[in-house]
Ligand binder design. Structure first.
Ligand code: HEC
Ligand code: HEC
Length: 461
């Protein structure tokens, strides 16, 4: 029991005793005589007056019981109130959030990924796509499949390495992003150079480091030679449909559209389960909004590079936002740039520029996809959040003060504005990380930990 509760309890007990004493005295010395009632009546009078004390005692007891109950039981009862309290009322006026279309609306992930009209998702096609995704014959050396670098059966959809290892042990230059929920991204790869899963799927087989095949037709030939694929293609694309590199990519894309995780604690919360999030996760969610992470990681897939309107299976309506897909990273100077070599690769900006331009990645399942960032240089999620806060939001985080860029001059409007940058404590960072766990699928996380895979596999090189 806390000191505060103990004090309250002591005062309460004294009040009850004092009240009871006064009532008994009153009845005995004053009321009983004055009212002239008989003993039965006196008893009634005493009971009536005693009621007030009894009610107070019940309240006191209830309070004490509640104070003694474990947090897990009490918090869900309090959650609704806390949530209203912790959201800043005027968040939409906050300068970091350049959205003027009313309050930010948190969205759950649709239960189905949108598919283009030219490649509808069917069970036959996804079955074929799954077989292809796991087939090492799609690589020159017959030992690397899509699943080698995107371990979907083990959980997280990544390889756990800093940068990926392709055929003959060659190391690539970038970290493997997860394929989970890639179906909701309007542009793919760290630099956003592919604009559909169909287009993306043709990349790795022909990449000399990853799967090393000489041509699309060579890939198709490998598939034609494998037993059973003929029947699979008949079922997926119609009897006699030719086995082509295009159709291989279409089937893989269809399979990837089934790799979605719409049932995280966050999704359950947004769909109405008020107990789905812990208080730390809710504080993290509010911070994620109020300090401005949602300026870039917004919408149901937590990425400005997602289809903006995620009506299930409705691709024409799912038009991606044009301007919100890419951002400069690192956006501000921080000591992290040198520490993690963050400007060696310039992404979509090209080698001539001093900073990289990157597609805004989705943050779903991010708690289990380390190591993080395009070069896989960071092993701790808390550290990634610190990097983001300081670099992308010019926030101060404990030992990394970031007072710069608080005065903005707009040459167009001839106006000057002062922007106060967020100041975050270590506890805030922990809360944001707790929220990132809330958008990570429980089942996948359990699989990853059950396999004994450490959150970050140690890598050589
Ligand atoms: C050698 C490891 C490796 C193999 C094999 C591989 N990938 Fe990847 N994958 C990567 C890396 C690394 C990236 C990021 C590359 C970049 O952004 O430049 C990536 C990116 C992707 C993305 C983009 C995800 C996003 O969020 O943008 C998808 C989807 C994907 N791969 C699917 C596949 C499929 C399908 C195959 C098999 C045909 C495959 N990968 C084979 C390593 C691999
Ligand atoms: C101005 C846009 C912007 C803002 C604001 C922003 N991010 Fe990011 N975020 C990015 C970009 C771009 C990347 C990709 C960085 C890279 O190339 O490695 C990224 C990457 C990340 C990653 C790593 C993803 C991965 O798979 O490795 C995490 C985690 C993340 N952001 C969390 C946050 C959090 C938490 C906040 C708020 C404190 C935030 N971001 C604010 C643009 C932003």
């Amino acid at each position: 029991m806390s000191k505060e509760n103990l004090d309250f309890f002591t005062v309460g007990v004294i009040a009850v005793l004092a009240g009871a004493g006064i009532v008994v005295m009153l009845i005995k010395t004053e009321l009983a005589r004055a009212s002239g009632v008989k003993s039965g009546g006196r008893l009634f009078l005493a009971a009536a007056l005693g009621m007030g004390i009894v009610a107070f005692t019940i309240k006191l007891t209830t309070f004490m019981l509640m104070a003694m109950l474990p947090k897990q039981i009490i918090n869900p009862l309090m959650v609704e109130r806390r949530f209203v309290e912790i959201l800043p009322a005027d968040w939409s006026k906050m300068p970091y959030i350049r959205r003027n279309d009313g309050p930010y609306r948190w969205q759950a992930l649709p239960l189905q990924a949108p598919a283009p009209a030219a490649n509808p998702t069917t069970p036959e096609k996804t079955a074929l796509g799954k077989r292809l995704f796991f087939d090492p014959d799609l690589s020159l050396t017959r030992d690397v499949s899509c699943a080698s670098c995107h371990d979907v059966s083990g959980g997280s959809g990544v390889d756990g390495r800093r940068t990926s290892k392709g055929i003959r042990g060659q190391l690539g230059g970038r970290n493997a992003p997860t394929v989970w929920n890639a179906a909701f991204q309007a542009v793919l790869f760290w630099d956003g150079r592919a604009s559909s899963l169909e287009e993306q799927a043709k990349g790795p087989p022909l990449n000399p480091i990853e799967m090393g095949m000489p041509s699309g037709d060579a890939v198709a030939q490998r598939v034609r030679e494998s037993a059973g694929y003929r029947e699979d293609f008949d079922r997926a694309f119609g009897k006699g449909a030719e086995i082509t590199f295009d159709r291989i990519a279409m089937a893989i894309a269809a399979y990837e559209r089934t790799l979605i995780t719409p049932n995280t604690a966050y999704d359950r919360f947004v769909r109405g389960d008020r107990n789905a999030l812990s208080p730390a996760q809710m504080r993290g969610m509010a911070l994620f909004q109020s300090i401005g992470c949602i300026a870039c990681h917004f919408g149901a897939n937590f990425s400005g590079a997602s289809f903006a309107n995620l009506a299930a299976g409705d691709l024409p309506a799912a038009v991606a936002t044009d301007n919100g897909r890419f951002r400069m990273f690192p956006g501000n100077d921080t000591p992290y740039i040198q520490r993690y070599d963050l400007v060696a690769d310039k992404g979509a900006a090209g080698p001539g520029s001093d900073r990289g331009i990157w597609r805004i990645p989705s943050l779903r399942n991010v708690a289990i996809t380390g190591p993080w960032l395009h070069n896989g240089s960071v092993d701790k999620l808390e550290e990634v959040v610190r990097i983001m806060a300081t670099s992308q939001l010019a926030a101060s985080v404990d030992t990394v003060p970031q007072p710069g860029r608080t005065i903005f001059w707009s040459p167009a409007d001839h106006s000057v504005s002062k922007v106060d940058r967020p100041v975050l404590s270590n506890a805030d960072i922990k809360d944001i990380v707790a929220f990132l766990w809330a958008i990570t699928d429980d089942e996948l996380a359990t699989k990853v930990s059950r396999r004994g895979t450490p959150p970050v596999k140690p890598t050589k090189g």
